[in-house]
Design a protein around this ligand. Structure first.
Ligand SMILES: [Cu+2]
Length: 250
């Protein structure tokens, strides 16, 4: 019902987040309306009038117990309702995938590294893009998140995904985008003077489109570096694209 004011959800776990968001929105919204209505009523009922003396009261124990216990119960119930989604997105091992990217945050850019044909990071055929990530749709993507300096936050509103990048740690976050498109990747942690300009774009491609992009763009770093003169030279673009796209059948 409130979907119109959230960014479009294009993530497999987005619905799990959205219904919790809406539930909490309704609970807090209704509570706010009740509180303000009572406040306005009391302002009128207990306003100063000639001849009326102020009355001293110690409060009402029953009422205080009720307004302590009811919100506590609501919070406990919300905890149990959120646990499955939180566990699936953050605690359990991510769904297995052969599509792994390394994202290194720094003041004030996102560095997106593809492992190249050998599937390993830190080798000569790695390819790093600045503020630009390309992934296929309907494919689980593992992001190994790091930071070079301060805490940043990897946030894609349409994916309903947010994860801090913490210096000294590598945190794996995953997502599966369901719709091709161009989605903003802002940094959601106030990380310094250039914070507001720290943003990248995630391009989600259809499977074929992604293969094409990978063939055209991920091969540039290959020039014989890992082949070490072993006759065959640079890897064929299509083979690399297949590795990157994770599609084994070609
Ligand atoms: Cu940042």
């Amino acid at each position: 019902m409130l979907d119109w004011w959230l960014p479009e959800n294009v993530s497999t776990y987005g619905r799990d987040i959205d219904w919790l968001f809406h539930l909490i929105y309704w609970i807090t919204g209704i509570t706010a309306i009740l509180v303000f209505a009572v406040m306005v009523a009391f302002l009128v009922m207990y306003r100063d009038r000639p001849g009326r003396r102020a009355r001293y009261t110690h409060g009402n124990t029953t009422l205080e117990i009720v307004w302590t216990v009811v919100p506590s119960l609501i919070l406990v119930v919300l905890t149990f309702l959120s646990a499955p989604a939180w566990s699936r997105i953050k605690i359990q091992a991510p769904p297995s995938s052969d599509f792994v990217l390394q994202v290194t945050a720094k003041q004030f850019n996102w560095q997106i590294t593809y492992p190249g044909a050998d599937g390993k990071f830190g080798t000569a055929d790695d390819k790093t893009l600045l503020d630009e990530m390309h992934v296929p749709a309907n494919k689980v993507v593992h992001v190994r998140l790091r930071s070079e300096d301060v805490i940043h936050s990897f946030f894609v509103p349409q994916f309903r995904m947010k994860q801090d990048a913490v210096p000294g740690r590598e945190i794996v976050q995953w997502f599966e985008a369901t719709k091709p498109g161009k989605y903003e990747l802002p940094c959601a942690e106030l990380c310094g003077f250039g914070h507001s300009g720290m943003k990248g774009w995630i391009y989600v491609h259809g499977a074929e489109d992604y293969q094409k992009w990978a063939a055209e763009n991920l091969t540039a770093a290959v020039p014989g570096a890992t082949d070490d003169g072993k006759a065959e030279g640079p890897k064929p673009a299509a083979a690399l694209a297949a590795t990157m796209g994770g599609t084994t059948k070609r």
